[in-house]
Design a protein around this ligand. Structure first.
Ligand code: PEP
Length: 252
């Protein structure tokens, strides 16, 4: 039985004051009996959030938005998996579309980052998704299938165990457009089928989550879909009420 999971991706937002307030509001009303919750602040706020979570009795967990594919050394500006893990992070996003598009991260680099996360015990959240044009051209399955297969082939089925795959149609990220529950389910079903090429246990166990303008008012319908096991939430995760409401929907 897969447990739902909600992950807040705060991107490059917040100050010490606003992040402190946001975490405290989420902790104050947190749920967590049936659905896990991870918060992914910017790198500079990871320690702050880690300390607040550690000083609470909350079961909210810490995540990060990216990591270096390198272990350590002369890589100015980079942050290693070990550093994140040292601060208490349990999970890290890899291959977010903003990294792929704006920082030109290719599948090969995403696979290296995936392995770097695994090497230090971080749960990688592999993000896959198609552009509007690719969807219009009927290439959604081809694109997301390739993004997933590259990782499975590079890393092997052992390293896939316990990871999370996030389907995030690029046209729905930060645009206010959401895939319909049926559109999202169709791609999630396809991703699960793709994982079953590796093993049926892997397909059954892997949590597949949806991302792309998830809000309090569309979360329930998305979570009702058979193959959707939670959400990766950008904009709405910066609003404690919205985020808590999405988390509450994932608990049902
Ligand atoms: C994201 O960037 O992962 C995301 C899903 O953003 P938003 O919820 O704002 O569309």
């Amino acid at each position: 039985m897969r447990r739902n999971v909600v992950i807040g991706n705060w991107k490059m937002n917040g100050s010490v004051a606003s992040v402190t307030t946001l975490v405290k509001k989420i902790i104050a009303r947190g749920f967590g009996e049936k659905a896990d919750c991870f918060l992914c602040p910017s790198f500079v706020h990871v320690k702050l959030v880690s300390d607040i979570l550690n000083n609470s009795s909350s079961n909210i967990e810490l995540g990060a938005q990216d990591l270096s594919e390198q272990i350590e050394g002369a890589f100015t500006g980079e942050v290693s998996g070990e550093m994140l893990s040292d601060l208490g992070a349990g999970l890290v996003l890899v291959g977010h579309s903003e990294r792929r598009q704006r920082f030109d991260e290719k599948n090969y680099l995403v696979a290296e980052k995936y392995k770097a996360a695994r090497a230090v015990g971080l749960i990688p959240v592999l993000c896959v998704g198609e552009t509007q044009i690719e969807r219009e051209n009927g290439e959604t399955e081809k694109v997301v299938g390739q993004q997933l297969r590259v990782i499975v082939e590079e890393c092997g089925s052992e390293l896939m165990k316990g990871s999370i795959v996030a389907y995030e149609p690029i046209w729905a990220i930060g645009t206010g457009l959401t895939a319909t529950p049926e559109q999202a389910q169709a791609v999630h079903g396809f991703l699960r089928e793709t994982l079953s090429e590796c093993s049926s246990a892997l397909a059954d166990e892997t949590r597949l989550i949806y991302g792309g303008s998830v809000k309090a008012d569309n979360a329930t319908q998305l979570f009702e879909q058979r193959d959707i096991d939670g959400a990766l939430i950008g904009g709405a995760s910066l609003d404690a009420e919205q985020f808590l409401s999405i988390w509450e929907s994932a608990e049902r």
